[in-house]
Design a protein around this ligand. Structure first.
Ligand SMILES: Nc1ncnc2c1ncn2[C@@H]1O[C@H](COP(=O)(O)OP(=O)(O)OP(=O)(O)O)[C@@H](O)[C@H]1O
Ligand SMILES: [Mg+2]
Length: 308
């Protein structure tokens, strides 16, 4: 079993340094840097058109960065392409599958290119829970099964780094949960680095250990999901007369949310505020720390442009 406590002492398996892609006169990816460690699921979160797929294309050598460098397991993608790619399994946009062939034939096709054998096919099929359906044609598979077969295919070469572009796209909640559990298992028990892009905020929050937020080609923030959520604490007060309470606490820049006031203060600042409100005859029903959700943080960081 992989020991996640040793994470911080490990060298990152995937390093992107100052990645930039200019196409025509547009900078599509702008000075993006991040590191992904063994044993973690790293989320790359951004709305449509943010530059996620373009970044992934550079990571796996499908397009050349205008500037910057990518190291995978210590190999420079530009100068040691084959060594770097031997460490990577990936799905860019949708898995490359032949619908008229069975799952097994699809895997065999890719296994041949990698020099993998029947045992490897059985191993990856069982990993994604497809062993029982392997001899049916891919055309009869559900979207979730095709996605899982794609992941099996990406796992054939026993990569240390798995890069998936929006693996939850189009899946129903059960399919999304299956993929989430699979990715977490690959990171937890096998110590793989899993890099996964998504525009689905809730999904990233549930699946990933760390997340980078990309918007218009630029990274806005990178951090653990927990740190990003709790980076901005505020105090929530539920009071009887919201407008009057807001007036009394005006110096603390309150925002009104329903029957609550949110103040950018720590819990320790609460007692004098409660006293001031009570003195003014305003009932205080609840005082609680308010944790900013990833969604609120994203909306703030992107200036209100929405994601799903
Ligand atoms: N070859 C290209 N030529 C011109 N523009 C491009 C090219 N590839 C991507 N773009 C533009 O770059 C921006 C980022 O595209 P990209 O596909 O990386 O976004 P994305 O984050 O993957 O979005 P989505 O969530 O829709 O998949 C988009 O505005 C896209 O139109
Ligand atoms: Mg994309």
């Amino acid at each position: 079993m992989y020991n996640p406590r040793s994470l911080s002492t490990l060298t990152p398996t995937l390093i992107a340094q100052h990645l930039t892609k200019v196409i025509g006169d547009r900078t599509i990816v702008d000075d993006v840097s991040f590191e992904v460690f063994a044993g973690e699921v790293f989320g790359f979160l951004g709305p449509n058109g943010a530059g996620k797929t373009t970044t992934i294309r550079m990571l796996v050598g499908l397009i050349r960065p205008t500037a910057g460098r990518i190291l995978i397991c210590g190999h420079d993608v530009q100068h040691q392409f084959e060594q770097a790619m031997r460490c990577v399994g990936c799905i860019v946009e949708t898995p490359d599958l032949y619908r008229f062939m069975t799952g097994r034939e699809n895997l065999a096709h890719f296994a041949r290119m990698l020099g993998a054998g029947d045992d490897d096919i059985a191993r990856v099929a069982s990993l994604v829970n497809l062993s029982g359906r392997l001899d049916q044609r891919v055309g009869t598979y559900s979207l979730g099964m095709r996605q899982r077969l794609g992941i099996a295919q990406a796992m054939l070469g026993e990569p240390r780094v798995l890069i998936l572009d929006e693996p939850a796209n189009g899946l129903d909640p059960a399919g999304i949960r299956e993929i989430r559990e699979l990715l977490r298992e690959l990171a937890r028990t096998r110590g793989m680095s899993v890099f996964v892009s998504s525009h689905l905020l809730a999904e990233i929050e549930l699946t990933c250990d760390r997340v980078a937020i990309i918007h218009r080609g630029r990274l806005l923030r990178t951090g653990t999901v927990r740190d990003l959520i709790s980076s901005r604490r505020s105090l929530e007060l539920r009071v009887g007369d919201v407008p009057r309470a807001a007036g009394i606490l005006a110096d603390h820049q309150p925002t009104i949310e329903g029957d609550c006031l949110l103040l950018p203060l720590d819990e320790s600042a609460a007692p004098p505020l409660i006293a001031a409100l009570t003195e003014a005859g305003i009932d205080v029903y609840r005082v609680a720390p308010h944790r900013q959700t990833l969604e609120e943080m994203f909306i703030e960081a992107t200036g209100g442009e929405t994601v799903d």
